[in-house]
Design a protein around this ligand. Structure first.
Ligand code: HEM
Length: 274
């Protein structure tokens, strides 16, 4: 990539043929090419979620779940509509946000690395946290730097030619760890900057893609953006608030797990003094 100064290239998807029947993809690694995978009218997302591999529907009672359905599949809008309207109705019916959160924390157990240890006390503080609007840019920066779902895959349904020809039926693979660290858009892109999205920086939110869409957009039944988007940002904020309210200092060791990051607390954590 460095040699040819390219942002789009053909390669084998990580894991290779072992679990991916078709491992040949066109990979997108910058913020400008990346949104190609969001153009629903030009790509097919049936059977493609994050990688080129689809787990057997028998893991889900024999049903293909929403995440593996393309927007042209009528079941997609029905199922996604159900999720979106459940989220909206919980609020409308006056179900307390903390109760809703408890339920979603339970449902989202598979994303546990992110909402790890989000317990009762944290959820109770939801109102004050929201009022204070603390930590949101820290959360956006975390989602940019260490996106929890690093890959997205789609299939081209026709030829695309801008400066790179993508042929019909080729798999297009978005590689976020590089795309959202694009130094053409983000200054010191490899560094964690908690204030990156403050003030003028807000304009950069359109390049934050962790939810399979732009951070400035909202998920609908007609797209493939994560319906849990706002909830996850909210939970992330609560996690940040909780840490800073409870502790003065703590020492961590940062490591890697197969599918994400590992954080180990090394020092005895001091209780917040004020
Ligand atoms: C940190 C937590 C989460 C992350 C990082 C995340 C990320 C994502 C991503 C990247 C996609 C698109 C994948 C693809 O098609 O390539 C997605 C889709 C989806 N997410 Fe999430 N998600 C999270 C939490 C949740 C929660 C809490 C819910 C439950 C409301 C949820 C429900 C879904 C559903 C149903 C889809 C499929 C959407 C569609 O087919 O249109 N996610 N998520």
């Amino acid at each position: 990539m460095k040699k040819y100064d390219t942002r789009v290239c053909r390669t084998n998807v990580p894991h290779g043929p072992f679990n991916a029947r078709n491992s040949k993809v066109v990979v997108l690694v910058d913020v400008v090419s990346y949104p190609i995978i969001f153009y629903n009218s030009q790509v097919d997302k049936e059977n493609y979620f994050d990688g080129t591999f689809m787990s057997s529907p028998s893991f889900n009672g024999g049903y293909k779940v929403c995440a593996f359905l393309d927007t042209t599949n009528s079941k997609h809008s029905v199922l996604k509509g159900l999720i979106l309207s459940t989220l909206a109705r919980l609020e409308k019916l006056g179900v307390k946000r903390e109760e809703a959160c408890h339920n979603f924390v339970f449902l989202a157990a598979c994303r546990i690395q992110f909402i790890w240890r989000l317990h009762t006390r944290l959820v109770k503080e939801i109102r004050t946290a929201v009022k204070e609007a603390v930590g949101v840019t820290v959360v956006y920066e975390t989602l940019r730097m260490d996106t929890p779902v690093p890959f997205q895959t789609v299939k081209a349904i026709s030829n695309h030619e801008a400066s790179f020809l993508i042929k019909k039926d080729e798999l297009i693979f978005g590689y976020q760890p590089l795309a959202t660290k694009d130094s053409n858009v983000f200054n010191n892109a490899e560094d964690f900057n908690p204030d990156r999205f403050v003030g003028y920086g807000e304009k950069l939110l359109k390049y934050v893609y962790w939810s399979n869409g732009k951070e400035i957009d909202n998920p609908t039944v007609d797209d493939k953006q994560c319906p849990g988007k706002d909830l996850i940002v909210l939970l992330g904020r609560l996690l940040v608030v909780e840490f800073f309210m409870r502790y003065d200092t703590f020492e961590i060791e940062f490591g890697k797990l197969l599918l994400g990051s590992k954080v180990t607390f090394k020092s005895i954590i001091t209780k917040a003094t004020s």
